[in-house]
Design a protein around this ligand. Sequence first.
Ligand SMILES: [Zn+2]
Length: 262
Amino acid sequence: MKIKLLTIFSLSLILITSCHSQVNMAESEKKPLETKNQNPEIQKFILDNPDDGEPSVSKGVVSNGTLLNGKLLPYSGSNFQYFADVSFLKGRAFVHSSVKKIVVDSYKILETKSSNHRFYLMESSNKCGGKLDPHKTHQNGTSIDFMMPLLKNNQEYIGLDTIGITHYLLNFDDRGRYSEDTLVKINFDLVALHLLELNKVAKKNGMKIGKVIIKLELKDELFASIYGKELLSNGIYFAQKLTPLINGVHDEHYHVDFEFIK
Ligand SMILES: [Zn+2]
């Protein structure tokens, strides 16, 4: 199932370009973290896509929509990083201006609450929105995938964070343990904390979390975490029913749709 997904991803990365500039792909996920920001193609792409400060406009819905004046997510910050250069350079890291602010401000707050954990952003939207294969949604700049933070023997584990686009193919069991090494498991405390902060900051910016998609079997673990009760009482909506395909791919990341408060 996930191999098929990778094929679609690969084709998408080859065929789909953003609505503006086309850049050459640079596969540099295997470079050490500290050198990633030195990638000249990343630097050029950031310079080519400056934030003009004008607000974005999301049109339609996450499964059928577009994005006007989309903003490029930061490639990295003091405690976060985009997960795959090839995806970033293909223009798959754009969002609505309000969502960008929410994501960045939330990471700032987490700096004081999450023991210096480095978070990883995964795919969001094309610069002008629209179809972002193989995602069913991600069309109007209000959807983002976030990489699951991991633990090994209850210590922070970063061994899988920098594998690039193939991260989407990792498998975790119903208790959140990695299929290839069951000592590695999802840090549900941190996922819950992140979701709470995202929702709090969203509300300060006229938005809220509209929906979280996480493998259904993992919700028990998430709600049993130290922030689980608060998460449950927060009114954040979690997808209740998913097709086996969609359910199966939401184990190594959590998908968030933001929406404007009416
Ligand atoms: Zn998603």
